[in-house]
Design a binder for this molecule. Structure first.
Ligand code: PLP
Length: 360
């Protein structure tokens, strides 16, 4: 029996999507592929809520983040990274690796971005861009990207968003909110196997790309855009065709359901998980007002061992959750409920957690 993945990705893949990703992959220079890719691109634009092209890269989410850094900036460009956990730090580390003059504004693991502090930073310095994480998977906190972008746009600062664990699960309106780069991947809210990242850029970001002097080859976004804009759209190199087939199907399913309904459901799952955690007498890690509807971080009670809870749930109940990362290792457990979640999966997770705690 398959393990139930209540993790922050890869997440569960619905049967219909699994069936398609198990088919013989199309060759990527054929009419079948051009049609598939063109339809995928249409779906992605609807989910990103952008008029611009969404580029498909064969990589995990981190590859998409790296592509944005390599394509929009030049060495020594001064940028601000608003971090609230592991993935904010990852963006900072990528920027540093590419020789950017990156400043880390650390709001603390478990906190959300404080708009006043952010505004003071943006007011007093001249940054080429602001980097920010939408849903910080390491701490179970969601940032208010709309307000962050409003603040940044007051100072004409382009906004680069890591939406790797949020896009397709909670509202994000790229054009309407004035976001300049949005990155996501296949294996989280988009209900598909790993293998692809997706990147969309605003017109302002494409202008930045014209000036960038950083090295890029595989992740050259201009080449990727040329491919998407062709009458027979394709990618510069061999893409993860099976994952493209999967994401096309998964995005059809999301759009058929309607994104507003998808967001409503995800919000309900978030609420249900938090209520259950509290009913067990456990404490949520972040304050509830900033808690993510896609992943719930829970403090490990004193005298309990996080890894034992996780392995008990996995071995006895076939339900996989995850522990904390970095400074939160051993201190929290994290239950993912993003992407494809069925009622039965939630119930099994609740039962597994209750049983694990009572067995200890
Ligand atoms: N950003 C966020 C918010 C994430 O949750 C993750 C993965 O968990 C990443 C970036 C990195 O994505 P990947 O592991 O696909 O490279």
């Amino acid at each position: 029996m398959d393990k139930i993945l209540m993790t922050p990705g890869p997440t569960m893949v619905p049967e219909e999507v699994k069936r398609i990703s198990g088919l013989q992959p199309f060759h990527h220079r054929t009419p079948e592929f051009y049609e598939l890719f063109s339809n995928l691109n249409k779906n992605l634009k609807k989910i990103f809520k952008t008029k611009n092209e969404v580029l498909t890269l064969t990589s995990s989410g981190t590859g998409g983040m790296e592509a944005v850094v390599a394509n929009l900036f030049s060495s020594k460009d001064k940028v601000l990274v608003a971090s609230i956990g592991n993935f904010g730090e990852r963006f900072y580390n990528i920027a540093i690796s590419y020789g950017l003059d990156a400043e880390l504004c650390d709001f603390g693991w478990g906190q959300a971005v404080d708009l006043n502090i952010l505004e003071n930073k943006l007011k007093n310095d001249n940054y080429k861009a602001l980097f920010v994480t939408h849903n910080e998977t390491s701490t179970g906190v969601t940032n208010n990207i709309r307000e962050i972008a409003q603040t940044a746009n007051k100072y004409n600062t382009p906004v680069i968003v890591d939406a790797v664990s949020s896009l397709g699960g909670i509202p994000l309106e790229m054009d309407e909110w004035g976001l300049d780069a949005v990155v996501t991947c296949s294996q989280k809210c988009l209900m598909s196997p790993p293998g692809l990242s997706f990147v969309a850029l605003s017109d302002r970001a494409w202008n930045m790309a014209e000036k960038s002097n950083l090295p890029k080859f595989y992740f050259d976004l201009k080449k990727a855009r040329q491919g998407v804009l062709k009458a027979k759209p394709d990618t510069p190199n061999t893409p993860a065709v099976s994952t493209i087939m999967a994401v096309k199907k998964a995005t059809d399913m999301l759009l058929e359901k309607g994104m507003d309904n998808v967001y409503k459901n995800q919000a309900l799952y978030g609420k249900r998980v938090r209520e259950y955690i509290k009913s067990l007498g456990l404490e949520l890690f972040p304050e509830e007002s900033i808690a993510s509807d896609l992943i719930t971080a829970v403090k490990v009670p004193e005298n309990y061992n996080a890894s034992k809870i996780i392995s008990y749930m996995s071995e006895k109940h076939n339900v996989l959750i995850t522990g904390g990362q970095g400074p939160l290792k051993g201190k929290i457990i994290r239950i993912g409920h993003m992407g494809y979640v069925a009622e039965e999966m939630l119930e099994k997770t609740f039962e597994a957690l209750r049983d694990a705690l009572s067995s200890m």
